[in-house]
Design a protein around this ligand. Structure first.
Ligand code: GLC
Length: 606
């Protein structure tokens, strides 16, 4: 038995409010709709408990002021009591998973895969604290983070959202992230959400939303372990995962959601569904609702069809297919979290302490992000000590990702799938911009064509992936690997177009090897910097480079890369993911016949 997690007690307030609520108001509190599908008036009319922004769903000009006025309008509507509507303040939620990166001008931190390489839990707490400040600056209450996935297959499009293939690193971070984000539920708090429960990183072939086949012991040891510190830190919400476990969808899994998470682990916050995740349970929407409510989900991210959800829910109750005690359990949890978060005592978003905070995107915040970048870099090769570079060296900068802040940031940045180019990542620096700031003589040639041995002593070539998110980041050799049980929506497959069909970079983006080759053939030594959301097979690129740095998805502060390339700081990063030898290999630390190209924990220093 695990110690039951003890929370502050608001039972008197909650029971008093619960007992005064109508059925309509209770069902409304259990409903979360997407901002583009609901007006403030409808929030009041249907007593909606929460509204979210899906990735890239941004109001107005996507400035903090636009977010505040949007959150303010929804909050005001939720608080406008009348004979039908009780004033119960609404929660607004976003995916601020590496800074409040939906919003223009935000500080964009490295994605989790890079933070895992820092192996510095205290840094995670600082990052979460600063991220909370930049979320509060926009009037938002709740972020769907931390992702506690333990990604076991690099082909998964969400590998970069995972700190490590090793549950020990993820576990060492989870409490710190929750503490940093929730700040003892004081007035600097943002509600955190541990996700996705459970086994999201363990699917066969790394198929997003696919099938995780594992014994309960394995599920507990690898995928559940990181949740224990998060629960102990009183995380106030947990999001259920799209994947299935041994063929059964998590969204309908009463054992995993109620018996394990709520009863055995004592979680007493909000269990929320993922985006239309209940649709996986049946092609009959009513049956899907029945299964997911009775599994123990409390709040339903029913994004678009929230009206049908409410109507179907009401019918299920009248048919006694859902019990009032289950509804009261869900609403009790939702109200308790709102009380714990102090939401009933907060002023309107526009009048809150940190709304429009001057520190949003500030140099101070960016310094922390820059520190995280340099600590996340992993040095895989450094022949002839070509690194650290000297500032007087005549440098050529090349590569698709050299001058691309969007590529540095990856998915969940301004757009769901991320962006490309520099313009949409305001306030940051690309690697090229950072180098230009150090060496005025540096030259730029994206494909390396202007490389000239008489003019260039060394080339920095920045290569790697374009931004992606979720299933659109999957690597799949072919559709035959899709696990039927893993991706059904109303009887249809819901498998997004994958990123590519091979983990080999030379197959995904051959122009990177071409650029390196163009330069190396002229006798100019190459320092290669890989911008990627996962380890990739880069044998050919490695062989032609004198030095090779894994930079992951560093975010807006490209200067963190040059801080190390030019020796201001030494490398600190150690691989939190094993590096594959060839494209059909999948290695995880601790497995039998462990034989990666670079092992978990590898990382050179000067
Ligand atoms: C997505 C993701 C989840 C995210 C949610 C809201 O589908 O699975 O991680 O929090 O929808 O954007």
């Amino acid at each position: 038995m695990l110690d039951k997690v003890i929370h502050h007690d608001f039972s008197d307030e909650v029971e008093a409010l619960l007992s005064s609520m109508t059925l309509e108001q209770k069902i409304g509190q259990m409903t979360q709709a997407e901002r583009q599908e609901i007006s403030p008036e409808e929030v009041r009319e249907f007593h909606i408990g929460s509204v979210l922004s899906g990735g890239g769903s941004c109001p107005g000009n996507n400035r903090p002021a636009d977010w505040i006025s949007m959150c303010d309008a929804y909050w005001q509507a939720s608080m406008q009591a009348d004979e039908n509507h009780l004033a119960i303040p609404l929660l607004y939620a976003v995916d601020a998973i590496h800074g409040n990166a939906n919003v223009l001008g935000a500080t964009v931190f490295p994605h989790n895969i890079g933070l895992g390489a820092c192996n510095e839990p205290e840094l995670i707490e600082q990052i979460a604290r600063i991220t909370a400040r930049e979320i509060l600056a926009t009037g938002v209450d709740w972020t769907f983070a931390p992702t506690l996935a333990v990604a076991r297959n690099d082909r998964w499009g969400r590998t970069y959202e995972s700190y490590s293939e090793d549950p020990a690193i993820v576990s060492s971070y989870s409490r710190h992230f929750v503490n940093g984000m929730q700040a003892d539920l004081g007035d600097e708090a943002v509600i955190a959400c541990a996700k996705h429960w459970i086994g999201d990183g363990g699917t066969l072939h790394g198929i997003d939303q696919g099938e995780t086949t594992a014994s309960f012991e394995e599920l507990e040891k690898i995928h559940m372990a990181p949740y224990l510190p998060a629960l102990a830190a009183e995380v106030q919400s947990v999001m259920v995962s799209f994947n299935s476990w041994n063929g059964d969808k998590c969204h309908g899994h009463q054992f995993l959601v109620t018996e394990i998470l709520k009863q055995r682990l004592g979680f007493d916050g909000i269990v929320i569904s993922d985006w239309d995740g209940i649709d996986y349970l049946s092609d009959d929407p009513k049956e899907a609702i029945r299964l997911s409510v009775n599994a123990g989900i409390d709040m339903f991210m029913v994004s678009v069809e929230w009206r049908d959800f409410i109507q179907n829910f009401r019918e299920l109750l009248s048919q006694n297919l859902i019990s009032m005690s289950r509804v009261d359990d869900a609403v009790r949890r939702i109200l308790t979290v709102k009380y714990r978060f102090g939401l009933f005592n907060k002023p309107r978003p526009a009048a809150r302490k940190f709304s429009n905070d001057s520190q949003y995107g500030s140099a101070e915040h960016r310094r922390l992000a820059r520190e995280a970048v340099r600590k996340s870099l992993v040095l895989l090769k450094n022949d002839n000590q070509i690194l650290p570079l000297k500032k007087h060296e005549r440098i050529l900068v090349a590569g698709r990702n050299a001058d691309n802040r969007g590529a540095q940031c990856g998915g969940f940045t301004v757009e769901w799938q991320g962006t490309t180019g520099n313009d949409s990542v305001e306030g940051g620096t690309s690697v090229w911009e950072a180098i230009k700031g150090i060496s005025s003589a540096a030259e730029y040639s994206i494909d390396g064509q202007s490389a000239d041995r008489s003019r260039h002593d060394v080339a920095i070539v920045v290569i790697g992936e374009n931004p992606y998110a979720e299933g659109m980041g999957d690597i799949r050799a072919g559709d035959d690997v899709i696990i039927e049980a893993g991706s059904m929506i109303r009887g249809k497959m819901n498998v997004l177009e994958p990123y590519g069909s091979s983990l080999e970079l030379a197959e995904l983006h051959p122009q990177d090897l071409e650029t390196i080759t163009t330069i190396a053939e002229k006798g100019i030594p190459v320092v290669c910097v890989l911008i990627s959301g996962r380890p990739l097979v880069v044998n050919a690129e490695l062989e032609k480079s004198h030095a090779f740095v894994a930079a992951w998805l560093p975010g807006s502060e490209g200067q963190g890369v040059t801080d190390v390339l030019f020796g201001e700081h030494d490398f600190q990063g150690k691989l939190s993911f094993s590096w594959p030898k060839h494209k059909d290999q999948q290695q995880n630390v601790g497995q039998a016949n462990y034989d990666p190209l670079f092992p978990y924990g590898f990382g050179m220093r000067y």
